[in-house]
Design a protein around this ligand. Structure first.
Ligand SMILES: [Zn+2]
Length: 442
């Protein structure tokens, strides 16, 4: 399975991949200075997560399974106590006391067999979940759901705080588990504060460290506009079309594996194997997509001072069942989140251009307005200046213009330019646009 992911990775890793590596590897100043964007100063420390693949031995897997189990039981016990009819969540101190008591009882004595650090951390995390929930209720924070039960199937996790783990001789040493092999895919920027071990549905172990890292401010590079699409993932105002990796084959295999799974008898060994296969294929799909999006967003943040994106109505588009599959496959939402967080970290600007901006209806060269285009129209010959535009690249150019207008003159300047220059031709409906304005479909 890892083979599948790896080949996909190399396909999408070109210079964007190199960029990602040096941005993410933690070796900040020196490697970045080689690229067009250079650092001028460093900003305060930010808390980040660094993840690595783990390769525990059979015995360590058993110890980890035991830890996951104890963490789950500690959480569920504490949650159950606060759910007893009429009872309220008693707070962390009381929960912690109850945990200590229950460890003395014969039914829960086995909680002592694993690292006390991760069991303790489990109820601390429950405390955080409760606080988030109550803050959401009181309007003190974003809305959060009531803490849910930890399940025996699916993703498992256990968190170790500083006295529960250490890194020595290139291995990760976990309390009551031992020294586990790690694939150090990049250097840690600082001494990690916590280590969270996870086991996903595809049977892979990862460790995720929380580390402190100084933010880097990149300088230089021109503004860029991005038009997200289905045929090509993105059209850039620089004239480049960026293709997403083709996942159709993988999706077909997932469909097939899923159908096979649905035919298996419940509880059978065969069903267990079929389920694992579906999970592995899904993991490969998610990895390939994420890898592409990470590479592309990092490259954008590295090369451009300002990134203008269109505010797409993703939820609305996904409701259109003809488009839903294609829209969901693209991962636009994930892409935007990545661009926004990386811009924040590297001192770049993002502009989200309003959804109602007529970016595909206007010539980016002269401002002539040709009106709505049918979905099949790929190229437009402008009547105003005679230039032939690629539909998406033209839209991307308009997106960056709109984004810049927002920064420089407040909103409105771009629109008034468009309206005043486009007055020659009134608004043209899509059905007649092609014939009257020299628009042709490819
Ligand atoms: Zn024009």
């Amino acid at each position: 399975m890892r083979g599948v992911t790896r080949t996909k990775t190399t396909e999408t890793t070109t210079d964007a991949g190199l960029a990602k590596q040096s941005l993410d590897r933690g070796d900040t100043a020196q490697s970045l200075r080689r690229h067009p964007g250079t650092i001028l100063c460093c900003r305060p420390m930010a808390s980040l997560r660094y993840s690595y693949r783990l390769y525990p031995t059979t015995e360590q897997r058993r110890a980890l399974a035991q830890t996951f189990g104890c963490v789950r039981v500690a959480w569920n016990d504490a949650l159950a106590r606060s759910q007893v009819s009429g009872a309220k969540y008693p707070g962390f101190a009381a929960t912690s006391r109850l945990l200590t008591e229950s460890k003395k009882s014969p039914e829960r004595a086995w909680l002592n067999d694993v690292s006390s650090v991760s069991v303790q951390q489990s109820i601390r995390n429950l405390d955080v979940a409760f606080r988030r929930f109550f803050n959401g209720l009181n309007g003190k924070g974003p809305k959060a759901g009531f803490p849910t039960w930890k399940r025996k199937d699916g993703k498992q996790s256990a968190e170790f705080t500083r006295n529960g783990f250490k890194i020595q001789r290139g291995k990760l040493c976990l309390a009551k588990v031992g020294e586990v092999d790690v694939r150090w895919s990049r250097t840690l920027p600082s001494v990690p504060k916590t280590a969270t071990i996870t086991l996903d549905a595809a049977g892979r172990y990862h460790v995720s460290f929380t580390v402190e890292k100084a933010d880097v401010v990149l300088e230089g590079g021109a503004p860029v506009g991005i038009d997200l699409g289905i045929k090509a993932f993105a059209a850039m105002s620089t004239g480049e079309l960026v293709q997403a990796p083709d996942l159709k084959r993988l999706e077909r295999r997932i469909g097939k594996a899923q159908r096979r799974l649905s035919r298996c008898q419940k509880g059978s060994a065969r069903r267990g194997r079929a389920k694992l296969r579906v999970a592995k294929l899904n993991a490969a799909l998610a990895d390939t997509r994420r890898d592409f999006l990470e590479n592309f967003s990092t490259r954008l943040v590295r090369e451009h001072s300002l990134i203008a994106l269109e505010d797409l109505n993703v939820a609305g588009m996904a409701k259109n069942h003809c488009l839903a599959r294609a829209v969901n496959r693209q991962g636009w939402r994930m892409f935007r989140t990545m661009v926004e967080s990386k811009c924040e970290r590297y001192g770049r600007e993002v502009r989200i251009v309003g959804r109602w901006e007529p970016t595909s209806q206007v010539c980016s060269g002269c401002g002539h307005r040709w009106g709505k285009l049918g979905l099949g129209v790929r190229e437009v010959a402008c009547e105003g200046c005679g230039e032939v535009h690629d539909r998406d690249i033209n839209a991307a150019k308009n997106v960056v213009a709109a984004g810049l207008a927002e920064t420089e003159n407040g909103r409105g300047e771009w629109i008034s330019r468009v309206v005043s220059m486009g007055t020659g031709v009134p608004f043209v409906e899509a059905s007649t646009a092609g014939a009257s304005l020299g628009i042709f479909a490819l």
